[in-house]
Ligand binder design. Structure first.
Ligand code: DON
Length: 561
């Protein structure tokens, strides 16, 4: 197997070894660039930009806009997100283009005079939207790391919106799942319904207004924050008693941050800082497992599932209390990731009994949607980007005449202490609403290094499950040596401290393992549920090539340059 008779033959042998290994398909490999996203059309748009000599940042802009057309439940112009960038000649950067609370919103924004919470107002309707950051975020990526003209990058998305494209199985299912929401707004209905039914598989989805908005944005990102597109959005919001104002839009700022960086075993993990909790919770989970012999336990064993579940509970308990937008509140990251603190948290875990009374450390449901894409160009620039409207299709409201869906990101704030948000997360004071503040996120775009070499880039959608999806995919790859497709496809589980329930995927745990876990006191959620699609790129030592995986859970694809 290792005796290569020449380079080509050696590669064929390695590839065929990978092909026969497991139950999932082989990863896509390429000596040049790779693009992994939830939409095959958008991935191909990105690969095309790389073939034209664009950088990974150019491709990220093109994919970001294309997904707003071809994967509208989460791909967006009216939402926000985070991008992690690895580029030659500089340390990795983190671009925070998360939405912000409008100036008129404060801690009582969703409470009535009696202090009662109107939970639906942060999820549906015109008061649920934060100030969108996507256009500003993609524009900064382009300005700092792009090479091709801005217009060239938006043109594929404009054409897809103008001429339409054929709806595939994944999009048809997504539209059908959200049809009630989409039907509720006349402007949205006009786009996604034909002759009284939601557009289905094999039909063409045309978005003329969106094409016109993208054409305006082709002249420059200012069209969104100060020009015609922004004006149309604000006019619609204000006509419908929303509070987002022209001033909110024009004062929106992207923030460039230091990513979190920690050693883990022989690796270094680089990941999302606040206002995402994702990176810190991921690092806390990994940190608690630093000294455990996970290899000996084995992937999917009762010991492994139990131990990982207990670390998830502890890390999510800390998430509930200690995190918020760092511009407004302190985030005691160093204390929460201190190896001594994490070793103590680990020592409290029993391997035979599940804990149900975990408190945040004393310091020294529904089908939601977000989307992740990972891109690497042939010069090594790599971008791991997660962005979102929050729920599937956000508020379900398309701002009149723009084709642009509005986010419902305000639901990620703590609307009332003790009340849970749409993901069942109960959150703390540090995440209360304030004008201009960014809501706490779980999005976790992540890189892993071995020495100086980047070897893994990944991320996922799924609200709080994002963190555990990234953790498990990373462990599958680094600890259990699965190829990147296997690592992404392997069944996962999720615990977020509250509610005290272990969630797993359909057929994701065999009945014996489940019984063994119940015997240790783990409480399962009644209904199994599929998690979000990991989109990942990984260096393969044997192939000596980068490999890419689009999780089989969704209809995405990896496209090669
Ligand atoms: O930022 C967050 O954590 C959420 N707004 C993400 C939402 C999400 O992932 C929904 N996805 N499937």
């Amino acid at each position: 197997m290792k005796k290569c008779l020449g380079l080509n033959l050696c590669l064929v042998w390695s590839l065929s070894a990978t092909l026969t290994l497991g139950a999932t398909r082989a990863p896509v490999t390429n000596a040049k660039g790779l693009v992994a996203s939830s939409s095959p059309i958008a991935s191909e748009v990105g690969a095309q930009i790389l073939r034209q000599g664009g950088t990974a940042a150019d491709a990220a802009v093109a994919v970001g806009f294309a997904l707003a057309v071809t994967w509208p439940s989460a791909g967006n112009i009216g939402g926000g997100g985070f991008a992690l960038i690895h580029a030659d000649g500089g340390p990795d950067r983190f671009i925070d283009y998360r939405e912000t609370a409008p100036a008129a919103a404060g801690p009582d924004f969703y409470l009535n005079a009696k202090g009662e919470l109107d939970a639906s107002a942060s999820r549906v309707g015109y008061r649920a939207s934060g100030v969108p950051g996507t256009v500003a975020g993609l524009a900064l990526l382009h300005k700092r790391w792009g090479k091709l003209p801005w217009k060239t990058l938006l043109e594929p998305a404009r054409k897809l919106a103008e001429s339409g494209f054929i709806v595939d199985q994944a999009l048809a299912e997504s539209l059908q799942h959200s049809q009630e929401l989409l039907e509720g707004n006349a402007e949205t209905r006009k786009i996604f319904f034909k002759k009284g039914h939601v557009i289905g598989r094999g039909e063409r989805l045309i978005q003329k207004d969106l094409a016109r908005s993208i054409a305006a944005l082709e002249r420059g990102p200012e069209a969104f924050y100060e020009g015609s597109v922004g004006k149309a959005i604000i006019a619609d919001i204000q006509k419908n008693r929303g509070v987002l104002s022209a001033k909110d839009l024009s004062s929106y700022k992207v923030v460039e941050r230091e990513p979190l960086r920690r050693k883990w075993r022989d690796f270094e993990v680089v990941t999302a800082p606040p206002p995402s909790s994702g990176g810190a919770v991921l690092l806390a989970i990994l940190g608690m497992l630093e000294k455990d012999n996970l290899e000996a336990m084995g992937s999917g064993s009762a010991d492994y599932v139990h131990l990982l579940t207990e670390t998830m509970k502890k890390a999510f308990a800390d998430r509930s209390t200690w995190f918020g937008d760092p511009t407004f509140v302190s985030n005691p990251i160093d204390k929460l990731l201190d190896p001594v603190y994490l070793a103590k948290r680990r020592s409290e875990i029993s391997m035979t009994a599940a804990a149900h009374d975990i408190k945040p450390g004393e310091l020294p449901g529904e089908k939601p949607d977000t989307t992740h894409f990972t891109i690497r160009d042939s010069h090594g620039m790599t971008i791991s980007n997660t962005y979102t409207l929050n729920g599937s299709y956000g508020t379900g409201i398309v701002a009149k005449g723009t084709g642009i869906l509005l986010n419902n990101e305000m639901d990620d704030f703590t609307s009332k202490i003790g009340a849970s948000n749409m993901f069942g997360l109960t959150q703390g004071k540090r995440n209360l609403i304030a004008p201009g503040k960014r809501p706490l996120s779980s999005m976790t775009p992540t890189f892993v290094y071995r020495g100086k070499d980047l070897i893994l880039a990944l991320g996922a959608p799924g609200g709080p499950t994002i963190i555990n999806s990234v953790a498990q995919t990373l462990l599958n790859r680094l600890v259990f040596h699965m190829d990147i497709q296997q690592a992404a496809d392997a069944p996962r589980f999720h615990h977020q401290w509250m509610p005290d329930k272990l969630l797993y995927e359909p057929f994701g745990l065999n009945p014996d393992t489940k019984k063994a876990l119940e015997a240790r006191g783990q409480i399962f959620r009644d209904e199994a549920r599929t998690f979000g699609d990991v989109e990942a790129l990984a260096w393969d030592d044997e192939l000596r090539l980068w490999t890419g995986a689009s999780d089989s859970r969704n209809g995405g694809a990896v496209a090669a340059e």
